[in-house]
Design a protein around this ligand. Structure first.
Ligand SMILES: Nc1nc2c(ncn2[C@@H]2O[C@H](COP(=O)(O)OP(=O)(O)O)[C@@H](O)[C@H]2O)c(=O)[nH]1
Ligand SMILES: [Mg+2]
Ligand SMILES: [Zn+2]
Length: 362
């Protein structure tokens, strides 16, 4: 049943195998191409249909298992009814997950089954390396390939310098300079979108995501917004998530800007995004080195030698602390371990200071 319409949207043998049990229940496969407040729009073998999640699915699914843009789902078509019903979400190939903002703060899947995560930031005054590091960590954790896209190259005197600055923090991830106004770099973006591959556009509001999508698509698929002059930030012109099929056959998912990107269970992602710090830390004399005052600290040595920017270590520590905080909230035993760890670190630090002073204990 590998119908062309579905394969055009990324359907493959693996999804087919995962879907098999639902065939007997009379369900059909579909991909969520639009996600908005009122529900979903799905692409199925019979064309596009509107749908909502079934009551049972909403009641039983954990936050991260709820249907989201890019998901492949098992649907009950219900001819004659306005809404089809989504009963199951097929296992995801990749998932870009953030901690939902707000007091409850559960996991929120921003995009599912994406091959490439375009991390979009404007080259203008708003460029924030620390925010990009956060996006990179989440992208590495997602399983998608991160690509940094620096937009509005036409507004910068020296785009190559900005690219170099970002390359220094983007380990292994390509960094592209683009301008949707002049067309610079659009080919490089399109090249990463061969038929059936899915990319997601992620980044702050006003970064130029929707404009980039329109430029690559060659037509006005998404509404774009004017930037407020006072703070160089955009408004949320895009309020829904939409997967658009490009003339080249690639698929690209536009998202509204995210005000904050809280890390969700992203240890491996942070490690990948800070490969430089992790490699140095592995060479510290003590395996639990806090890179503060311990002897034989390779991280501090690199900072002193000008090989590692101090802000880079601070950013790494900040994200690590954030992950540890989330873990403690979930796991009281981890909270206790953490207190023990700090107690032993303080003890080690006191011993080291004492040894350095050579004096008796105060
Ligand atoms: N000069 C210039 N402006 C751009 C470029 N790309 C986007 N913009 C402008 O930036 C503003 C926000 O763009 P939009 O695509 O809506 O951002 P989004 O919120 O990330 O989707 C709009 O006024 C665009 O015209 C670019 O390459 N060059
Ligand atoms: Mg937009
Ligand atoms: Zn160290």
């Amino acid at each position: 049943m590998l119908t062309t319409a579905l394969t055009d949207y990324g359907w493959n043998d693996r999804f087919q195998a995962d879907f098999e049990p639902f065939t007997a229940q009379g369900l059909i496969p579909g991909r969520i191409v639009v996600q908005q407040r009122g529900g979903y729009r799905l692409l199925t073998q019979d064309g596009e249909i509107d749908a909502r999640a079934s009551g049972v699915l909403l009641k039983t699914a954990a936050d991260e298992d709820r249907p989201t843009a890019g998901d492949w789902v098992a649907v009950e078509a219900r001819p004659g009814e306005t809404w089809a019903l989504v009963h199951h979400v097929l296992p995801r190939k990749t998932a870009f997950i953030r901690k939902a903002s707000g007091p409850r703060g559960g996991a929120q899947v921003v995009a599912a089954n994406v091959d490439v995560a375009f991390l979009v930031a404007s080259m203008n005054a708003d460029l924030n390396l620390r925010r990009l590091e956060r996006y990179l960590a989440t992208a590495y954790e997602s399983g998608a390939e991160p690509v940094v896209v620096l937009t509005k190259a036409d507004l910068t005197g020296d785009p190559a310098a900005v690219v170099a600055e970002v390359e220094a923090i983007a380990f292994g991830a390509p960094v592209l300079a683009v301008s949707s106004k002049t067309g610079l770099g659009l080919d490089a973006v399109a090249q990463r979108l061969p038929p059936g591959k899915t990319a997601v556009l992620l980044g702050s509001s006003g970064a130029g995501k929707s404009t980039l999508l329109n430029a690559v698509a060659g037509e006005e698929k998404m509404a774009t917004g004017e930037i407020r002059e006072d703070d160089a930030r955009g408004r949320h012109t895009t309020t829904h998530r939409e997967l658009v099929r490009l003339p080249s056959g690639g698929l690209i998912l536009d998202t509204p800007g995210m005000r904050e990107l809280g890390l969700w269970d992203a240890d491996a992602g942070v490690a990948a995004a800070f490969e430089d710090v992790e490699a140095l830390a592995a060479a510290c004399r003590f395996s639990d080195c806090s890179h503060a005052r311990e002897p034989g600290c390779a991280v501090r040595a690199a900072i002193q030698a000008g090989e590692l920017p101090e802000e880079r270590l601070r950013a790494y520590e900040k994200l690590q602390a954030e992950l540890a905080f989330e873990r403690r909230k979930e796991d009281p035993r981890a909270a206790q371990e953490n207190r023990k760890l700090w107690a032993s670190r303080h003890k080690a630090a006191r011993a080291w200071i004492k040894q350095k002073r050579g004096g008796p204990e105060a």
